[in-house]
Every structure is written in structure tokens, then in C-alpha cells.
Design a binder for this molecule. Structure first.
Ligand SMILES: C[S@@+](CC[C@H](N)C(=O)[O-])C[C@H]1O[C@@H](n2cnc3c(N)ncnc32)[C@H](O)[C@@H]1O
Length: 199
């Protein structure tokens, strides 16, 4: 696929990305295409380099237009830190759904997704992340931290976004240093620009 960065931390091709995803628990919860398109439209003007830290079956990667230089590591936890113009992510929310988790991070349980988000925020000033609602609803500390870092928009996703998951999700659009009012949106498939169904 053009526009993708090939290297030691990138699966050789789409097929091998799928093969290494043979386990069902690794292939559940991929981002529906309309949601990927919506997230890709938030990439800030002027960005060139994008990190997708946990690409899974490449739904988000495929939604990124080819003019961008995309890095999608085979194992996020083995990836050397870098700098990127923007991060697009739907990380595994729990260590149950992740591989290569260093032992010291196993204790995070359902907070693993937030840990990955925080690592991404060290690598870019623009982060677009699909996260569980509880990231901001269950913890004043997390909500304050994200708002202080810079929270441009919060988009509520429909309950049915992930067929078998009961966890409700939101898209957080973060920009370091932004201190204006946060816009709240509701993702509405009827207005979906690409006219694709959710599943
Ligand atoms: C919620 S899914 C989202 C997949 C993809 N980002 C998308 O938006 O469609 C999370 C993905 O993280 C992948 N994953 C888990 N641990 C990983 C790791 N250490 N490095 C890279 N990807 C990982 C899983 O295989 C799973 O497909």
C-alpha cells in the first residue's frame, strides 16, 4: 500500500498482518469503516507523518489517504519512541486483548488503553483516539489531565459501534496546548459522508 512506512516494525504486507492476527481475540473490535473515515478526516492540516500504534486488521490505516506517511508497528511495546505529526488510534482497551504487554504493564488491566493513549501523547501533539467512555467518565484525574493537555472534541459513538461489546465508546480529538471550549458531537450514521453501513 503506498504511503506506508516500511521497516523493521511494520508488517511486511496486509496479508501477513492478517495472518499474525489469527487469534479471534485479536481480530474482534476492529473499527467500523465509517468511523475510521470520520477519524481520518480529523487529521490536522499540514500533517505528514501518522502513527497508528495498534493497527490490527488495518481498518484505520486504510482510511488514511495515501499522501500521508504511516507508521504501524508490528508490536507497539517493542517500538522505539518517535515523533509524529498525528496519531490515529483505537488501542486495545485491556491487556486481555493485547500481545507483547511487558509484565509491569499487565497490572493495568482495563487501563491499558489509557496507558497506550498516554504513550501516544508523548509522541505527537495531535492525537485522535477511540476510547471507552469510562476513560473520561470514571476518573476526574483522567478527565482533568486530558482537558488540560488540550481536548478539541468529544464524539459519542452509537451503542452498536462494536457489535459484541458492551463498552460504550467516544472519539477524543486531542491537541496539545488547546485551551478553548471542547465541542461535543454525536456520531450520526445518517450523515455519514461515505454512505457505508456500520457493519
Ligand atoms: C481495538 S482493536 C483496533 C484495531 C485497529 N486499530 C482498528 O482501529 O481497526 C486493537 C488492536 O490492537 C492490536 N494489538 C494488541 N496488542 C498489540 C501490540 N502490542 N502491538 C500492536 N498491536 C496490538 C490487536 O491485535 C487489535 O487488533
Amino acid at each position: 500500500m503506498s504511503g506506508l512506512k516500511k521497516g523493521g516494525f511494520f508488517p511486511a504486507d496486509e496479508e501477513s498482518a492478517k495472518t499474525s492476527e489469527g487469534e479471534k481475540w485479536l481480530t474482534d473490535f476492529q473499527t467500523p469503516v465509517p468511523v475510521c473515515n470520520y477519524m481520518a478526516e480529523m487529521i490536522p492540516f499540514g500533517a505528514r507523518t501518522i502513527l497508528e500504534p495498534t493497527a490490527g486488521l488495518w481498518n484505520l490505516v486504510r482510511a488514511i489517504p495515501p499522501e500521508y506517511h504511516v507508521t504501524a508497528p508490528a508490536d507497539f511495546f517493542a517500538m522505539p519512541p518517535g515523533r509524529f505529526d498525528c496519531v490515529l488510534t483505537n488501542p486495545p482497551f485491556s491487556s486481555r486483548y493485547a500481545f507483547g504487554v511487558p509484565p509491569e504493564l499487565n497490572k493495568y488491566g482495563m487501563r491499558l488503553g489509557y496507558h497506550i493513549l498516554q504513550e501516544c501523547m508523548k509522541m505527537s501533539d495531535d492525537v485522535i483516539a477511540l476510547m471507552p467512555w469510562f476513560t473520561i467518565s470514571d476518573s476526574d484525574v483522567r478527565l482533568r489531565a486530558l482537558k488540560r493537555w488540550g481536548l478539541l472534541t468529544v464524539t459519542a459513538l452509537p451503542r452498536a459501534t462494536f457489535q459484541y461489546a458492551r463498552i460504550q465508546t467516544v472519539i477524543l480529538q486531542l491537541r496539545k496546548g488547546f485551551d478553548g471550549d471542547t465541542i461535543f458531537r454525536v456520531f450520526d450514521l445518517r450523515n455519514d459522508h461515505k454512505k457505508q453501513s456500520l457493519f
